[in-house]
Design a protein around this ligand. Structure first.
Ligand code: P6P
Length: 333
């Protein structure tokens, strides 16, 4: 009898290299993120039926409009860890300050950060969305635990809400992809130790914002568009409004996602948040053989000064990120 592919539960218990008690707790934490992902997927599936699309009438710490489902996804994630003492506190794009749990705050091994609903502009049009998460070791249980390099992440990943609901994660031993089988309500392993293409044919960037970019960013994107079959150009534009969806495409097909600093629309340091967007996606992509950079620095080496710090962000195949860095570093600083 051929054995079915392992569920997330089985994979974590059997395949996480050192199934020590600490890892068992990490496995439990990842499993709970899977449950939260299934609950968020269900909220998205019935959003029109329940009339839960649309604005919540509030703004996040960056002054961005919050959708009802942004807030709902955040609530689901916060309540998912309010028992069992696994996590001492959580930080989120949707909360100005971390949420500290009373139970277990002292003994918890981990802290958790997330962007509960990445790609919010897609919420009202049933587009691709994602939940991004980053797991870090708890130190003294204060916000300072978080203001550290991305290399200190214990695990990271995302839930992709597309035609299929996918759970993608790494704990530093490869990047693994699980797909939700609705018939059994479990995430099932579909790709183990994913290796992404070293070079792609697509690029994801919002060219409507090019007026605010630096010259090097404009020159790089124009270079990708120039016809030159010997170097696989022109590249195709693939920009969905959801970074998780765009990065997942790049994880499978290769290419590059770019959100440059944009001086003309109030994002002089870029839009993408370092701690709970760039760091986790960089961990996942590097473990699959790709790269993540600001154009000058490796994203995982960066430590934020503030919880919601944003950076210029380029992530994808090694060849394209190397090429992008060449344009940025070659530019007069
Ligand atoms: P723009 C969503 O808020 C997000 O952070 C990414 O998911 C997405 O790629 C980007 O912002 C879209 O931003 O400025 O192109 O609308």
């Amino acid at each position: 009898m051929t054995r079915p592919p392992p569920t997330l539960d089985r994979f974590l218990l059997e395949c996480e290299p050192d199934a020590a008690p600490a890892t068992r707790e990490l496995s439990q934490l990842l499993l709970r993120l899977g449950v939260a992902g299934k609950r968020i997927a269900r909220e998205l599936a019935v959003a029109d039926i329940r009339h839960t699309r649309g604005s919540a009438g509030t703004e996040n710490v960056q002054g961005e409009e919050q959708k009802k489902l942004d807030v709902r996804a955040n609530d689901i994630l916060v309540e998912t860890f309010d028992y069992g003492g696994l996590v001492s506190f959580v930080a989120s794009e949707e909360m100005e300050k971390p949420h500290v749990y009373r139970e277990g705050a002292g003994g918890a091994r981990y802290t958790l950060l997330f962007d509960p609903m990445d790609g919010s502009s897609n919420i009202d049009v049933d587009g691709t969305l994602g939940t991004i998460f980053s797991i870090r070791p708890r130190r003294d249980g204060t916000e300072a635990d978080l203001l550290r390099p991305g290399t200190e992440q214990v695990a990271a990943g995302y839930v992709l809400f597309g035609p299929a609901v996918l759970f993608v994660y790494t704990s530093g031993h490869g990047t693994h992809v699980f797909s939700l089988d609705p018939a059994i309500g479990e995430f099932v392993l579909v790709r183990r130790n994913l290796e992404m293409p070293k070079k792609g044919r697509g690029y994801a960037v919002n060219e409507g914002r090019r007026a605010g970019w630096a010259e090097a960013d404009r020159a790089f994107v124009e270079h990708l568009k120039e016809p030159d079959p010997s170097s696989g150009r022109p590249y195709s534009t693939r920009y969905s409004g959801s970074m998780v969806g765009d990065v997942h495409r790049i994880l499978i097909e290769g290419g590059i996602y770019l959100y440059p600093a944009d001086g003309s629309s109030g994002k002089p340091s870029g839009k993408i948040r370092l701690l709970y967007e760039s760091h986790p996606l960089a961990f996942v992509v590097e473990q699959a053989g790709g790269r993540a950079s600001t154009g000058r620095d490796r994203v995982l080496d960066l430590a934020p000064r503030r919880l919601h710090e944003r950076i210029p962000f380029a992530i994808g195949s090694a060849d394209e990120v190397d090429l992008y860095e060449g344009f940025v570093r070659g530019a007069p600083s």
